[in-house]
Design a protein around this ligand. Structure first.
Ligand SMILES: NC(=O)c1ccc[n+]([C@@H]2O[C@H](COP(=O)([O-])OP(=O)(O)OC[C@H]3O[C@@H](n4cnc5c(N)ncnc54)[C@H](O)[C@@H]3O)[C@@H](O)[C@H]2O)c1
Length: 382
């Protein structure tokens, strides 16, 4: 049967522009879907660079103004893969134009912006999703299945870290490709919105809603040269953040993130301790899920490392043969696949804008608590 075409307009050609484009290009080779994505147009301000990107990835055309891209009648779906300060305006304009929307995380600069974005997509009835891609690591999806089946029993503890070390040098500027993350005007926050947002989204998915948080943040380097002005400017993002939380299910949590953990490039790990069993996951070994079950006979009881490659494990029937693992880029292929499958049924794909608003509210409460020095309640989403 002929496939329905879904014309994609990509905004941004950086890290995520590449990861998403790879997802769109490869999905049809591995997933049998009603929709076939067509890389219709790529957009960024620099006409030369976006042309090179379009040629590399096979986009049919380019734009240098995202408003023009959204106005185009031949675009069905807008993919927002640019810095955080642009998500709000682009998403609202895309919703008003009736486009489907895939938006990078964090959804917005703060909860207030996120609320407006949710209202816009819900008013327009447009299909949406946010790229919290770690949900679609097969081992993380397996963790979700094990928890939902009740195999851990009552959950007592949730522990997550996301550690990097790339901003330790005082000479690193703020602003520009990749480095917009150090500029609060473009990023909204530092590690809280960039890295902890991932940990929070996974935690909500696996363990439910947060009740309250208490946090501390630090900005180790107080001034950096701004790429655009050439001047030293105050650094207003959080370089590091650690917080404690209560979940609504009564479990206790600790979260930590920093870009100053020498030796760690992208160490995202979580551990969940339940009444019967515990699980651990590590992004550096993303195809494994560590599992400990107290109900095992004591002489063989111990941590086991599940190699998540068999065909009965989440997403793995679409790839190779048992024993052969997949990697980071496949999480984006999976999200595209789920997005297209749900879109064919007229449905949005989790995490939707409204799901991602909950993460935004946790980030807001964390940053508020770091300022107030007090426990802060997390606003309820629905
Ligand atoms: N899901 C994930 O794991 C993950 C990983 C990295 C980044 N992100 C998110 O993806 C988004 C982009 O991050 P990145 O790492 O790709 O950044 P990047 O700096 O590599 O790329 C940003 C892109 O946005 C473009 N851009 C900037 N201003 C623009 C404008 N006015 N109009 C059109 N294009 C514009 C730039 O040209 C560049 O191509 C951010 O929201 C970030 O938080 C998510």
């Amino acid at each position: 049967m002929a496939k329905k075409k879904l014309n994609v307009g990509m905004i941004g050609y950086g890290f995520m522009g590449r990861a998403h484009s790879n997802g769109f290009r490869r999905v049809g080779n591995f997933f049998d879907l009603e929709y076939e994505p067509v890389l219709k147009a790529a957009c960024a301000r620099d006409s030369e660079k976006i042309k090179t990107f379009a040629d590399t990835w096979g986009y049919e055309s380019t734009e240098t103004d995202w408003r023009k891209l959204i106005e185009r009648k031949d675009i069905d779906c807008i993919d927002i893969a640019c810095p955080n300060n642009l998500h709000h305006d682009i998403a609202i304009a895309a919703a008003e134009a009736g486009k489907m929307i895939l938006c990078e995380k964090p959804l917005a600069m703060n909860g207030k912006e996120g609320e407006a974005m949710c209202k816009a997509v819900e008013k327009a009835g447009t299909i949406n999703s946010v790229w919290y891609n770690y949900r679609r690591v097969p081992a993380v999806s397996l963790a979700k299945k094990l928890i939902d089946e009740g195999r851990l029993g009552k959950i007592f503890h949730y522990r997550a870290v996301f550690l990097q070390d790339w901003t330790i040098s005082e000479d690193l500027p703020q602003g520009g490709q990749g480095l917009w993350r150090l500029d609060a005007a473009a990023a909204g926050s530092g590690v809280t919105g960039d890295l902890l947002a991932h940990c929070i989204d996974t935690a909500i998915w696996l363990n439910g809603s947060f009740a309250d948080v208490t946090a501390m943040t630090e900005t180790f380097i107080k001034e950096r040269t701004h790429t655009e002005t050439g001047k030293k400017q105050a650094v207003k993002i959080d370089d590091a953040c650690a917080f404690l939380a209560h979940f609504k299910n009564g479990s206790l949590a600790t979260f930590e993130s920093t870009r100053y953990a020498r030796g760690h490039k992208a160490l995202y790990t979580f551990e969940i301790n339940g009444e019967h069993a515990s699980i651990q996951w590590d992004l550096h070994d993303l195809h494994r899920l560590n599992w400990f079950d107290h109900r095992d006979e004591s002489i063989v009881r111990g941590w086991r490392s599940i190699h998540v490659t068999d065909g009965d494990m989440p997403y793995m029937d679409k790839w190779w043969v048992p024993g052969l693992q997949i990697g980071y880029e496949h999480t984006f292929v999976h999200q595209v696949a789920d997005f297209l499958e749900n879109a064919a049924k007229g449905q949005s794909t989790a995490p939707t804008f409204r799901d991602a608003l909950e993460t935004q509210y946790v980030c807001d409460a964390v940053l508020d608590s770091a300022k107030s020095g007090k426990w802060e309640n997390v606003a309820a989403v629905r």
